[in-house]
Design a protein around this ligand. Structure first.
Ligand code: ATP
Length: 603
């Protein structure tokens, strides 16, 4: 093109050439600018995010994590947060005796400004206090931490509703909505958030110790519900055990928890099993709760006698339990109680093999302390309590003198003399701690009366013993009856099964015999047929012979009658001979065929 312009170059041409250049240039410029704009447009979000990431540091904590609740509480210590008008009302139940050293009353409410403290409202009932307080509401809040301004956005996302309208349930949060806290701070401040998280973790540990979570299975036995009001964690000194037992148990659990790496190194599942057995009301359950309280571990409680529980739900629940945690399986003997075959099917309870499966399940074991309780160790299978499933067995006996004295002092602190007198009068190893506790509760604030009315307690003990004896007898009788019924049913079933098999065998034999007979008949028919053929052939040959003789006779006669016809006679004879030869040949081949058939059949 350029060559063309040069060879025909005039002034006009130059102008038009310049115009063309200009158009091309402008076009090129527009194209490049357009391309750059499109490119930048596409990359806008990425660039924006990149710039933001350089300018801001953000972290998000959702309600799925264990740190969410502690984080909410951590926030309340900041004046700016507590002053906000965007609030939510929270309600928590705490036990009366824990109230004085409760985390909120001690650390948060008192350390925060009066506004928040004013909003505290307590209502008592059932030994618990409902503590109502304000927490931050949905939206954006600002506060200063170590001189840095932090923005926190609290959002609640509606979770998808299930088919029947029940939301997904969460072990850390009963609400069906997912909540999120998003923190944002100007600049690269990862270390600042590390400090915050460490503080929240410490706070969580403190909260766990003071208020370690108790989980009970929900009414469908599908997941765990965090218990808020009635069953609160307790301390080890709340339980009065035989001398040295509490210390021994705490020591054992602590040592186990410190040995995770050893277990990992040796390839042993990091779990420990305890069996607490003995008379009801002697402190098995209370001790497990106290251990959980002391260790600050969540505790998941379920009774194997619960009708909602079956092999599948047990496994699911154990899988869903938090890690680490204490799993308390109460009444494990209920898996070994004789039930009528039909009842077992209807009620769909946890079976022995179901329990073993659940305890041995791969995902179930790690980081768990299993506590099994029973009032009847004699009913348990050795397979359940073998080492590896149960590593420590502890018997909880009826109260001894020392325990009674200590229990008295727990109720009536300043009466050591009375406590001794009372303990001496109580028959040893005959009463449960629960029964004695009941007596103290009947005469609360009246220690002398407790001693005066000790006969009431002894009578109550005798009545209980009598009642238990008769109950035991009834139970044993019922168990025997059920066992006998089940045995008879089993025998009946086995007999029916045997008869059925016998009948089937006989029918089979008869069928085979019939087949045999049928075969025999067919064989006989064939032999009959062959015989018929043979007789036919014989008859035929006889007839032929006869014919020949007759012919010969006729020939002889005709020879005699006419000697002149010698030539004809010879001819006739020739013809007869050839005919005879053919017939002989035919009859021979038929005989061969028949004899072959007979031979085959005989084989
Ligand atoms: N050793 C104990 N020290 C203090 N209190 C106790 C003790 N044993 C029982 N109690 C009191 O008796 C009540 C029942 O105790 P707990 O449920 O622990 O007994 P248990 O042995 O687990 O009974 P069960 O076998 O029927 O489940 C508790 O409320 C507790 O206050």
């Amino acid at each position: 093109m350029n060559t063309l312009f040069v060879s025909t170059g005039t002034g006009e041409d130059e102008n038009s050439l310049n115009k063309v250049f200009l158009i091309v240039k402008t076009g090129l410029f527009i194209a490049i600018a357009g391309y750059i704009t499109t490119f930048l447009k596409g990359k806008y979000n990425e660039i924006y995010d990149y710039v933001l990431a350089r300018i801001y540091t953000t972290i998000t904590i959702s309600s799925d994590t264990n740190l969410f609740q502690p984080m909410l509480k951590w926030l309340l210590q900041f004046e700016e947060i507590s002053k906000t008008n965007n609030l939510r009302v929270m309600c928590e139940s705490i036990q009366e005796n824990e109230f004085s050293h409760n985390f909120f009353s001690e650390n948060l409410i008192s350390s925060s400004k009066q506004e928040l403290s004013d909003n505290l409202y307590s209502s008592s009932g059932n030994n618990t206090l409902d503590q109502v307080y304000f927490s931050i509401g949905e939206g954006t809040h600002k506060f200063h931490y170590k001189g840095t301004k932090i923005t926190v956005d609290f959002s609640i996302n509606q979770k998808e509703q299930s088919f029947f309208g029940f939301g997904q349930r969460n072990i850390n949060n009963n609400s069906s909505n997912k909540q999120e806290l998003s923190f944002e701070v100007l600049g690269q401040k990862k270390d600042l958030f590390k400090d915050i998280i460490l503080e929240v973790v410490e706070l969580k540990k403190k909260m766990d110790k003071q208020n370690s979570a108790i989980y009970l299975m929900d009414q469908w036995a599908e997941s765990w519900d965090r218990e808020n009001s009635t069953t609160k964690p307790i301390k080890m000194d709340f339980v009065i055990l035989k001398k040295g037992l509490a210390e021994h148990l705490m020591d054992d659990c602590k040592k186990f928890l410190q040995r995770q790496q050893v277990y990992e190194r040796l390839g042993i599942p990091f779990r420990r099993g305890y069996l607490f057995y003995g008379y009801p009301g002697c402190g098995k359950t209370t001790t497990v709760r106290a251990i959980a309280g002391e260790l600050g571990l969540p505790i998941c409680i379920m009774s194997l006698s619960n009708k909602e529980l079956n092999d599948d739900t047990l496994l699911t629940l154990l899988n869903k339990a938090p890690k680490p945690c204490i799993v308390l399986l109460e009444d494990v003997d209920s898996c070994f109680i004789q039930r009528e075959a039909s009842e077992k099917q209807d009620q769909n309870r946890v079976s022995f093999s179901g329990l073993l499966n659940a305890l041995d399940g791969v995902g179930v074991q790690e980081g768990r302390l299993f506590f099994l309780t029973t009032n009847h160790i004699e009913r348990l299978s050795p397979a359940l309590i073998r080492p590896g499933r149960v590593d420590k067995k502890v018997e909880f006996k009826k109260a001894d003198q020392d325990q009674v004295e200590r229990l008295f002092l727990k109720f009536f602190e300043g009466y050591p003399k009375l406590a001794k007198q009372f303990a001496e009068k109580v028959p040893m190893d005959r009463m449960s701690m629960a029964l004695i506790q009941q007596h103290f509760l009947n005469y609360f604030d009246e220690p002398e009366k407790c001693l005066e009315t000790i006969d009431e307690l002894i009578k109550e003990c005798e009545n209980t013993e009598e009642f238990e004896r008769s109950e035991k007898e009834k139970f044993e009788k019922k168990q025997k009856e059920i066992a006998e019924k089940n045995r008879l049913e089993k025998e009946k079933k086995e007999k029916e099964e045997k008869e059925k098999l016998e009948k089937e065998k006989l029918e089979k034999e008869k069928l085979e015999k019939d087949k045999e007979k049928e075969k025999k008949k067919e064989k006989e028919k064939e032999i009959e047929k062959e015989k018929e053929i043979e007789t036919d052939i014989e008859q035929k040959s006889n007839n032929e012979k006869k014919n020949e003789i007759e012919k010969e006779n006729v020939l002889k006669k005709s020879t005699q009658q006419n000697n002149n016809t010698i030539v004809d006679k010879d001819q006739i004879e020739d013809q007869n001979i050839s005919k005879k030869t053919i017939d002989n040949l035919n009859s021979n081949s038929t005989i061969n065929l028949v004899s072959e058939n007979i031979k085959k059949n005989n084989d």
